[in-house]
Design a protein around this ligand. Structure first.
Ligand code: UTP
Length: 227
């Protein structure tokens, strides 16, 4: 299977870099890459937010902040590449052609952002579209998609299934801005919609659960239905 995984920066760098998580993630990626073609797109996490917030205070434009964010995502990609080892791309591919070439070479692609104006979730969705991936996993620090914000509402319920139209509606209400994407950005949702990419939202910190999702076993998360 061709699998693209968007690893939220918030799970790789929750506060400080979580090297123990990175190590287990890397081991799992090396293992599953024996039977699958794996691409990982790393988010910027707190690293990106800290730098963006400080630059914005001094009047930096949104595109300037996006470029700072992209640098942070690439830094995380380089770190994860180092932990994965020789099977990972040494340089984070700058674009989708570079990613495809690396995949054809038998590499695990580890890349960050590409262009200003969107998040790494959109990069992962575009890459999944480009390589015709069988599965796109959106791994964050929440179990899946809830009917309301679980951080604010104790009675929030996770949805096991959501139509892609519902996903697009949900994310279209979010503000757009550097370092501000919540669940996913609108571009990512629209790409998933137009190409009917099989997509799962899950908690990326639970690696056993992620493996179950990849290998077709029962898992906890939200499946996006594209009809
Ligand atoms: P993230 O993908 O981490 O954004 O990229 P996010 O979703 O806001 O953060 P997490 O993953 O939930 O922690 C960080 C920032 O880098 C810029 C955006 O400003 C984004 O918010 N970025 C990233 C781009 O402009 N283009 C890209 O291709 C990727």
């Amino acid at each position: 299977m061709k699998i693209v995984i968007s690893i939220g920066g918030s799970i790789l760098v929750p506060d400080e870099i979580d090297m123990s998580y990175a190590k287990y993630l890397a081991e799992m990626m090396n293992e599953i890459s024996k039977k699958n073609q794996i691409s990982i797109v790393t988010g910027g996490g707190r690293l990106a937010r800290k730098y963006i917030e400080n630059a914005r205070k001094f009047g930096a434009s949104e595109i300037f902040c996006d470029l700072i964010g992209i640098t942070a995502t690439k830094l995380n990609a380089r770190l994860l590449s180092a932990v994965i080892g020789e099977k990972a791309t040494l340089e984070p591919p700058k674009d989708f052609i570079g990613a495809l070439k690396a995949l054809n070479f038998g590499k695990i692609v580890v890349m960050g952002g590409t262009h200003p104006g969107h998040s790494t979730d959109a990069v992962a969705a575009l890459l999944a579209e480009y390589i015709r991936a069988d599965l796109l996993i959106n791994a964050s620090n929440v179990e899946g998609i809830y009917d309301k914000d679980p951080k604010e509402h104790k009675d929030a319920k996770m949805k096991e299934r959501l139509t892609v139209e519902e996903l697009v509606d949900m994310v279209s209400a979010y503000p757009m801005g550097a370092g501000k994407y919540e669940l996913m950005d609108i571009l990512a949702a629209k790409i998933i919609q137009r190409s009917r990419i099989k997509t799962i939202f899950l908690n990326g910190r639970d690696l056993g659960n992620m493996r179950n999702a990849i290998e077709g076993r029962e898992f906890k998360g939200t499946i996006i239905e594209s009809g």
